[in-house]
Design a protein around this ligand. Sequence first.
Ligand code: MN
Ligand code: MN
Length: 277
Amino acid sequence: MLGVPFDAGTTYQPGARFAPYHVRRVSALIQGWHPGLGVDVFRALRAVDGGNVVFPPFDRAAMRDAVQGEVGAVAAAGAVPVLIGGDHSVALPALRAVAAVHDPVAVIHVDAHLDTSGAEVWGDDHHHGTPIRHAITEGLIAPGQLHQIGLRGPWGGPDDGRLAAGHGGLRLGADDVAARGAAAVAAAIRGAIGDRPAYLTFDVDAIDPAYAPGTGTPVPGGLTSREALALIRGLAGIRLVGVDVVEIAPALDHADLTCHLGAHLLFEAMAVIARSR
Ligand code: MN
Ligand code: MN
């Protein structure tokens, strides 16, 4: 587990740089046994908190270099990097590192947003709305294996979704998750991925602001916390080779709701990893 205390890629309210500290703080309430999956996560896994990745908090290029280096070292050692962001721009160097070890991977991208923006939006090629576009164009995602869950906009126009749709994979909005059920959506993802190595990148704004208010770019109409947890739990059986949970902004949170949820999302992902071993 690595913290990435970085929010210089946010386009609206910052604050995600403090998530590693606060998610760790409330993670004291997590215990090891997962009753749903029947696994003792911290007996099955040798989990190590490697602290935070270190870089100047205002330097986006330095963040990318540092994260790629640290995540690459974890992945090359045969371990599974699990990241606490940070804004979503931390996912690009993590994906670069994981794809360098495992070849292009399946990506499960849970988010309200597509994150395929270009430089035209803010005049800069790297912010928290761009990691999936870079991952596609750099060939980090296996063909047909970009699975985006929780999407709901806002979009600037009908073509916003074209790049992601062209890559292939599942694209399901929050309404689809509500209609089909999180377990069925997870089963569809498992079926599409099979035994490929998979990277889970989880933007907490996929979840409704009613359940996850502590985030910088909230979008109403999202997943419930129960759906989000069930979605990850339902992935048991796939081979996760990397995980991040991003965009938690503790200063915008209430009663640590989003921080607690973040800790539990990470625990669910670690239980999936534990089951695969
Ligand atoms: Mn995002
Ligand atoms: Mn988002």
